[in-house]
Design a protein around this ligand. Structure first.
Ligand code: DC
Length: 225
């Protein structure tokens, strides 16, 4: 398996950086958060509280989630519907974080993630890729940045997507998601012992990118094109 695991809190720049790393190194980029988001969306549509484990678990029997990749772009399908755009709202972010705390949800998505990484060289981003999903990944990077910087970036991202957002509210949500993702009993967000810490606070994306490429080339350069 030639895999790069990129974990870290929301808004650390994982998706932008991991996507670019994959492009430069000719690997597949896999955003695993999108899978949890698809389940969050399904649960919201059913009118079920995403925090309610006993109500969420039986819904999994009705859900099919798949991913496809075309020219570096990832598409997520929920029961045959392309939900790639619909899962990018604040409401779905929060629901994804809440459903991701349920062991049944994590187990449901486990094989899909592993099978992808086993089938092709991949850069996979998430929360537990280096610790749980791909503990044998050749390279593990833990990407982080201060909560304020992450909130600022999220506001920018939402504005670009035509969804103006209030900084204080986004900061509160960033902190709430950190709290939820870090303190859940199953597969909590934490740095794997053998992961390299990359703190992107105050860095430009280009600086963080070149640090990441350097780390990866040092570890698995001889396997890469
Ligand atoms: O990366 P993201 O913001 O799209 O992820 C949405 C939520 O999904 C996040 O708050 C926690 C959860 N998640 C997870 O628990 N494990 C992963 N590997 C990826 C995401």
């Amino acid at each position: 398996m030639i895999a790069v695991a990129v974990d870290g809190p929301a808004g650390a720049g994982k998706s932008t950086l991991a996507r670019e790393v994959a492009k430069q190194l000719g690997m597949l980029y896999v955003d695993t958060g999108a899978l949890y988001r698809a389940i969050g969306l399904y649960v919201l549509r059913c009118g079920v509280d995403p925090k309610d484990r006993t109500a969420v678990s039986p819904l999994l029997d009705n859900i099919s989630v798949t991913m496809t990749h075309e020219q570096g772009n990832q598409f997520v399908w929920l029961c045959g519907e392309d939900v790639s755009g619909l899962i990018r709202t604040q409401e779905v972010s929060m629901a994804a974080s809440q459903v991701s705390a349920h062991p049944e949800v994590r187990a449901f998505l486990f094989d899909l993630q592993r099978d992808l990484a086993l089938s092709t060289p991949a850069v996979m981003d998430g929360r537990d890729i280096g610790t749980v999903v791909l503990p044998e990944a050749a390279v593990k990077i833990f990407l982080t940045a201060s909560a304020e910087e992450r909130a600022r970036r999220r506001v920018e991202q939402l504005e670009k997507a035509g969804q103006p957002a209030d900084f204080d509210r986004v900061l509160a949500e960033v902190k709430q998601r950190d709290e939820q993702d870090t303190n859940r009993p199953v597969a909590p967000l934490k740095q794997a012992e053998d992961a390299v810490l990359v703190d992107t606070t105050g860095e430009t994306p280009e600086e963080s990118l070149s640090r990441m490429i350097g780390i990866i080339r040092e570890k698995i350069g001889s396997y890469l094109a």
